[in-house]
Design a protein around this ligand. Structure first.
Ligand code: SF4
Length: 221
C-alpha cells in the first residue's frame, strides 16, 4: 500500500517550502513551551498565547505550578478549553518535573509521557521544538487531514497515522515534516477551502483541486 518514494518526495517538497518550521506558541524557555503545548489541546495557539502572556508573569518555574492554588490557576487559564482539568494536570506536572526530574524536562518520549498532561503528540512537539530532533512525527488535526488528502494514510486515529507516516517518511525528515505539515494544514491545506493553487504539493497530490470542491486557484504552485 505504501509508496516510500512518493512519501519522500512530499517530505522534500515541504522542506523547500518550510525549511525551518517553528511552533507558533510564544515561549522563552522549556517550561513555557511545555506548559503552552499542554494548554493547546483543543485550543488555538492564538488563544493559548493570549492566556500565557499573563500566566508566565505569575508562574515562572515548575515549582510555581507545583505549589499553585487550584482554584486560582483554573481562573488564570480560563479561556482555554477544558481549563478545569488542565489546571489540575499542570499542578501535577509541576510536582512530577520538580520531584522526579529535578526541574529539568527529560528529552525522550518515554520519560516525557510520564508527566501528567503530556501525551505522545505533546512529547513529540516538545522534543522537536526544544532539542530540534525527532523520535516520532507530530499528528494533530492538521496532519491528520493533510496526510489523508495526500494518500499517506487512510486512518483517522493519531497512533495509526503516526505509524503509517513513520513507515514511509525517512527519519531524517521527521522533524521538518512534522512542523511543515502543521503549518501547511493551518494556512494552505485548510479544512474547508484548501488553497491548492498556492500549494507546493499540487502537482503530486491526489486530492489537488478536488478536496472540498471550493478551491481558490487553478494554477500550479
Ligand atoms: S494540493 Fe490541495 S489538497 Fe493537496 S495538499 Fe495541497 S492544498 Fe491540500
Amino acid at each position: 500500500m505504501f509508496d516510500k518514494k512518493f512519501a519522500e518526495s512530499i517530505a522534500k517538497l515541504l522542506k523547500t517550502k518550510y525549511p525551518d518550521p517553528k511552533t507558533e506558541l510564544v515561549h522563552e524557555n522549556e517550561m513555557q513551551l511545555a506548559v503552552s503545548v499542554m494548554l493547546s489541546a483543543q485550543t488555538t495557539d492564538k488563544k493559548v498565547n493570549e492566556i500565557t502572556s499573563k500566566l508566565f508573569k505569575k508562574y515562572k518555574t515548575w515549582e510555581d505550578f507545583a505549589n499553585a492554588n487550584l482554584t486560582e490557576l483554573q481562573s488564570d487559564i480560563r479561556g482555554v478549553n477544558f481549563h478545569l482539568g488542565k489546571a489540575k494536570r499542570l499542578i501535577k506536572a509541576g510536582r512530577v518535573v520538580t520531584a522526579e526530574f529535578k526541574g529539568v524536562l527529560p528529552d525522550t518520549i518515554e520519560q516525557l509521557t510520564k508527566i501528567p498532561g503530556v501525551a505522545r503528540k505533546s512529547a513529540n512537539v516538545i522534543i522537536q521544538e526544544i532539542w530540534n530532533k525527532a523520535e516520532g512525527i507530530v499528528v494533530d488535526t492538521h496532519v491528520t487531514r493533510v496526510s489523508n488528502r495526500l494518500g499517506l494514510t487512510k486512518n483517522q486515529d493519531a497512533v495509526k497515522i503516526e505509524k503509517d507516516l513513520m513507515t514511509q517518511i525517512p527519519k531524517e525528515y521527521w522533524r521538518n515534516f512534522s512542523g511543515a505539515m502543521v503549518l501547511h494544514g493551518r494556512y494552505v491545506c485548510t479544512a474547508r477551502k484548501p488553497k491548492c493553487g498556492d500549494c507546493v504539493l499540487n502537482k503530486v497530490c491526489p486530492s489537488a483541486f478536488k478536496s472540498g470542491g471550493t478551491l481558490t486557484a487553478q494554477a500550479g504552485g
